[in-house]
Design a protein around this ligand. Structure first.
Ligand SMILES: Nc1ncnc2c1ncn2[C@@H]1O[C@H](COP(=O)(O)OP(=O)(O)O)[C@@H](O)[C@H]1O
Ligand SMILES: Cc1ncc(COP(=O)(O)O)c(N)n1
Length: 256
């Protein structure tokens, strides 16, 4: 039997098991790839709040990256919460220019509103990491924070794509429909729409989506097809957890 592709997630932990590496590794496994993981930060987090954050020293993040990259044939990488501007720069140095699909989910704010990346982190994304990314997957708030601009989603997608990567600006829900804007460098943004699942069990949705997208890109599936497949997968997981009601806040998207 051929080995599965290796997909690396570089992200933080969520003690509630909804977002971050819990979502990344379960999604990667569910889609038939082997997940390697580099931990950037530990969060004490539940469905309602982020209670504490411990960012790992950059030297420890570097040691994990080196261990994985020196040994395994990594076919795709996704980054989630990176925790500090220093780690954003480190990831750009270690992963940029290797020809491996690199999906950057610029995690700055959690579903519950907690700040997971400050202005310095946002600036490091724009100046250091996005020029090396294959795809960046901000939601509307993250796109606004990255650019310091309050424009409509379509325009923000277009502006971000001028920094180098393709852009998938996710998640605007309106009248039961989700709209994701896909902007490839040098092209007009295209809207991909699908039906929204009505649920409050959606903690970890963005991580699940970007991990699924990375697995499809690791298989060298074209971007638009990969985005459609990742969105379909994410919506199916939201359907599964729709009535769970786990926890006091926004419960986890299904990872089963
Ligand atoms: N209620 C929903 N029903 C179906 N798909 C959704 C829903 N909410 C988000 N999605 C999809 O999940 C993916 C991740 O989007 P989003 O929720 O914006 O990420 P984030 O957690 O970073 O805010 C996108 O494809 C988006 O359209
Ligand atoms: C460790 C970690 N990584 C990412 C997120 C964002 O996920 P969400 O937008 O669902 O809160 C999070 N809350 N925690």
């Amino acid at each position: 039997m051929a080995p599965p592709p290796v997909v690396l997630a570089v992200a933080g932990t969520d003690s509630g098991g909804a977002a971050g590496l819990a979502a990344d590794l379960t999604t990667i496994a569910d889609l038939g790839a082997h997940g390697a993981c580099v931990v950037t930060a530990v969060t004490a987090q539940d469905t309602a709040a982020v209670h504490a954050v411990h960012a790992l020293p950059a030297t420890m993040v570097a040691a994990q990256l080196d261990a994985v990259l020196d040994d395994l044939p990594v076919a795709g990488v996704k980054t989630g919460m990176l925790g500090s501007a220093e780690v954003v720069t480190l990831v750009a140095e270690r992963l940029g220019g290797r020809g491996i699909p690199l999906v950057v989910d610029p995690v700055l704010v959690a579903t519950c509103g907690a700040v997971l990346g400050d202005e310095q982190v946002a600036r490091a994304y724009v100046e250091q990491l996005l020029p090396f990314a294959s795809v960046v997957t901000p939601n509307l708030d993250e796109a606004r924070a990255l650019l310091g601009a309050n424009q409509p989603a379509e325009r923000l997608a277009s502006m971000l794509s001028r920094l180098g990567p393709a852009v998938v600006l996710t998640g605007g829900v309106s009248s039961g429909t989700c709209t994701d804007w896909v902007a490839e460098p040098g092209e007009e943004p295209v809207a991909l729409r699908h039906a929204a699942v009505e649920t409050t069990s959606d903690h970890g949705t963005g991580c699940t989506f970007s991990a699924a997208l990375t697995v499809h890109l690791a298989h060298r599936v074209p971007l638009t097809v990969a985005v459609r497949r990742a969105a379909t997968y994410t919506a199916a997981q939201l359907q599964l957890s729709r009535h769970w009601g786990l926890g006091r806040g926004r419960g986890p998207i299904a990872h089963t």
